[in-house]
Design a protein around this ligand. Structure first.
Ligand code: URA
Length: 235
């Protein structure tokens, strides 16, 4: 990749701003000042801007604690989206949501620059577990557990067998391996429950970091990225 393209992607400035910056002598590659914005970069060459080391990784995956009232969309003219909650760097690198949570669903949303990883995480064929905590207007019964385990007919499709663990009368933990539109709400509705709140706790091996409040995000650690890749590779 060209030096100016990399710096622009990393949010150092617009293409013309970073070209001016490079020509001014503020950028060094592997310890050597480079004044040619078009210089091709060897992979993993260390880059500094005004003497400060730059994190040049263009592949990033983040976890966001999605708050209620925010759309899972790249952009929307009328409402706030999860992209508004990301620092500019991640938008500039092209992080995109992995699947969707409804506007009123809260909890773990992954966003990544890795389209293949995203595709594998949401593919029903790979059966990556998504775990939700749901509260409802009516009390859960053992019949709900059985109905979820059998696979619920939802009109346009039959949901794969899923797990419902009753936490208390009006709270259950639901584990599904597919993510059709409003899937958990529709499964609960098929059992006669209106969903009051829905919160995603986990995707595959990755649980929402309890240190993240609603609207906060952080980048995944290397170990977390490896665990996700292993999960999708094994399936
Ligand atoms: N199932 C739903 O019904 N809504 C979500 O946001 C996620 C899963």
């Amino acid at each position: 990749m060209r030096l100016d393209a990399l710096l622009a992607r990393l949010g150092v400035g617009t293409r013309s701003e970073v070209q001016r910056l490079i020509r001014s002598g503020a950028v060094a590659v592997a310890g050597e000042t480079v004044r040619d914005p078009g210089r091709a970069l060897p992979p993993e060459a260390p880059v500094t801007v005004r003497g400060q080391a730059l994190d040049t990784r263009t592949g990033r995956t983040v976890m966001l604690h999605k708050p209620a009232g925010v759309l899972t969309a790249a952009r929307d003219a009328r409402a706030g989206t999860v992209m508004d909650l990301l620092p500019p760097l991640y938008r500039s690198l092209g992080c995109m949501p992995v699947g969707r949570l409804d506007k009123d669903t809260t909890g773990l949303l992954l966003l990544t620059t890795d389209g293949e990883l995203a595709h594998r995480l949401i593919s029903p064929k790979r059966e990556i577990e998504k775990v939700y905590l749901a509260t409802t207007d009516t009390a859960f019964t053992d019949a709900d557990v059985t109905a979820f385990g059998a696979g619920l007919a939802l009109g346009d499709f039959v949901a794969k067998p899923a797990r419902l663990d009753i936490v208390d009368a009006h709270t259950a933990r639901v584990t599904v391996t597919e993510g059709k539109y409003h899937q958990v709400r529709r499964m609960l509705a098929a059992c006669g429950h209106e969903t009051l709140t829905l919160h995603r706790e986990r995707v595959g091996p990755l649980a929402l970091d309890p240190a993240l409040g609603p609207g906060q995000m952080r980048e995944l650690t290397g170990e977390e990225c490896n665990a996700l890749r292993e999960a999708v590779d094994q399936t």
